[in-house]
Write a protein of this length. Sequence first.
Length: 140
Amino acid sequence: MCITVMWAVKSSDFTDAFRDLAEELLGVRPEASDYRIHSSRVRTPATTFTATSRICDCDSAIGSMAAEVRPGEIRADQFIAWLQRLPELRIERIALARAWSPELEYTPERQKSVPIGDVDEALLRGVEDEMLLSVYYPEG
């Protein structure tokens, strides 16, 4: 039993360039997963993936509240820098869900959608278990 942070983008957005940018800024290459997030905020077809530097996300900055992130984990500022660069790849929306030992078919209990300008460390650290956060990129 462990925490898992699942991410989702339109399948057409899960490109080598997307994965390369994540590897450059997060230090880990996203891997497509068998998870499927059921939410109106995750458009189909979507690719769900994980981006963790360890076997699980228990020590991730995502949802860590006030706890310090362990050495070697991806920091909140790294996630923010990555999220801010995604429009370069024409990505319009990305979702993440933090769940305790999720089933492969996952439906979050709570959902929140914010523009990229509202994403900060407090928001990422405040993602609760069984919650989906959708980040969108307004045009112009």
